[in-house]
Design a protein around this ligand. Structure first.
Ligand code: TXE
Length: 475
């Protein structure tokens, strides 16, 4: 059985206290590796390594840092197959998906910020004959990056790439459920020429080492992606020390289908937005709102497409969906399906665990629920979608805004004016019109309401990982 280590000061080392936790393969339900359950002692080592590395890394010319990050992006591409295989085994997602999306995107994250940092400039204001102001943007020092299990290397790299590009040193913790690709990244970062101590990767439980990273006075900013309940604790802890904090949390995203849409396209993409990655993406559309006039037609076509989906072995290229991440997560998803039935929902497709080793669940479509029932308000984060009717635009907007979340929304219409109108009325940080999950990395990424605070992406992330300092010179 594989035993992994922390990556501190450019070396793989065992956890000081010698504590480990099991890592389970969701595809088989069997333990396949053990991972450090790091403690304060490991964190202290990582903190001192990062602080020793900071003067050199932060003062290095941006184009030199950029070259190292480009090299890391190259190495991720060179190791695509192996990283994708590990990501699939760790998370349960299909190998083809990890190979086509997760790992290429991790490489793209490093490449994007390697380029962004050499194009980043700070602002200057000139009051002719009176004064000149310019804003210096300094890296913060040591920062903490904590990421979840659903898109392991993708979200891990989305945080650490801008932090490193800006000249910070990083202490990062991947989810204890999916540590393997982050573990592999340590070696690749060394091969790319990253100086020791710049990137430190600690493994272990959130309430232990995750919380310790947030509490440590040395971490000057915390970038966190995960559940809303955890985000609340992280935000409260970080704010005690006035740390900068960015929280990317859950969603209960509406997918609004108007009767003037391209129905075939709306159905096809809605199947993807409901079930890609087993529905374990914070951007998945989990409430489909359909205009009355096309409800029956949409439903029939949608269910027909869902019946074609294959749930199976993550290593099989024919599997559309793999396994859910853990037994406890599967139990959570199943409990929501049972709740939906109690709340009056009708199961149109799926609704059951698949009886085989591992954590497999059928893609599940439910209709007939009240817009304000728990199934329609709470984040399930699995292959479960509800179909709901609406009469007109105002009702669609009202239902869309009825949850505590505000992460993303998809709108299907061929009426351009309506697309703008509805986009501006829906309380979501990200709106897709006639598409889903199309991303330009320059754009701000993040949610409104309980979906989080702060934005990632583009220059937003470079600003987050730096401190502005205004310098005023009298002319
Ligand atoms: O996430 P957690 P969980 C949602 C989804 C899911 C629920 C819970 O609804 O069912 O959250 O999932 C670390 N201080 N999302 O429990 O706990 C933890 O180790 C510091 C949405 O797996 O939020 C992991 O690295 N860190 C989501 C990370 O936080 C702590 C993605 C996320 O774990 C910590 C995942 C603490 N006190 C789940 N406690 C999205 N928005 O994409 C835990 N962690």
């Amino acid at each position: 059985m594989q035993k992994i280590q922390n990556f501190i000061n450019g070396e793989y080392i065992d956890p000081i206290k010698g504590n480990y936790i099991d890592n389970v393969d969701p595809g088989t339900g069997k333990v396949f590796a053990s991972i450090p359950n790091s403690t304060q002692e490991d964190l202290e080592k990582a903190v001192s390594a990062s602080q020793c590395a900071f003067p050199e890394w932060s003062s290095m010319a941006a184009d030199k840092r950029s070259r190292i990050l480009h090299k890391l992006a190259d190495l991720i591409e060179d190791n695509l197959e192996e990283l994708a295989r590990m990501e699939s085994r760790d998370n349960g997602k299909p190998f083809w998906l990890a190979k086509a999306v997760d790992i290429p995107r991790a490489s793209a994250n490093f490449r994007f910020y390697a380029s962004a940092i050499v194009n980043f400039s700070s602002e200057a204001q000139v009051s002719e004959g009176f004064m000149v102001n310019y804003t210096r943007r300094a890296p913060l020092g040591t920062v903490g990056c904590i990421s979840p299990w659903n898109l392991p290397l993708y979200l891990f790299s989305w945080k650490i790439a801008p932090a490193l590009a800006m000249g910070n040193c990083v202490i990062a913790k991947p989810s204890e459920l999916t540590p393997m690709t982050a573990y592999m990244l340590g070696e690749l970062s060394k091969e790319a020429g990253m100086p020791a101590g710049v990137l430190n990767i600690l493994h272990g439980e959130g309430k232990g080492i995750g919380q310790a990273i947030v509490e440590h006075t040395a971490t000057k900013a915390i970038s966190f992606t995960g559940g809303t309940a955890t985000g609340k604790i992280v935000g409260a802890t970080a704010s005690q020390q006035f740390k900068k904090v960015s929280l990317e949390l859950g969603g209960k995203n509406p997918n609004i289908v108007f009767s003037d849409c391209d129905l075939e396209e709306a159905v096809k993409t809605s199947v993807k937005s409901s079930f890609t990655n087993q529905g374990e993406i914070c951007l998945c559309g989990s409430r489909i709102l359909i205009e009355d006039a096309i409800y029956d037609e949409f439903k029939e076509k949608f269910v027909k497409e869902c019946q074609k989906l294959v749930v199976g072995d993550p290593s099989d290229d024919n599997s559309n969906l793999g396994a859910l991440v853990s037994e406890s997560h599967l139990q959570k998803v199943d409990s929501y399906v049972k709740l939906a039935i109690e709340e009056g929902g009708r199961i149109l497709h799926g609704g059951n665990r698949i009886e085989k080793d591992g954590f497999y669940y059928e893609p599940t479509v439910i209709e007939g629920l009240d817009e304000n029932c728990r199934t329609n308000l709470e984040e399930i984060f699995g292959p479960v979608v509800t179909l709901n009717r609406f009469k007109d635009e105002n009702e669609a907007i009202r239902i869309s805004n009825s949850t505590r979340y505000g992460l993303s929304c998809t709108i299907w219409t061929s009426d351009l004016k309506r697309a703008h109108r509805v986009s501006h009325a829906v309380q979501s940080g990200i709106i897709w019109v006639n598409c889903w999950l199309v991303r330009d990395l320059r754009t701000p990424f993040g949610g409104m309401k309980d979906s989080g605070i702060g934005r990632e992406g583009g220059n937003e992330a470079l600003r987050f990982f730096s401190e502005p300092q205004n310098v005023c010179i009298k002319l």
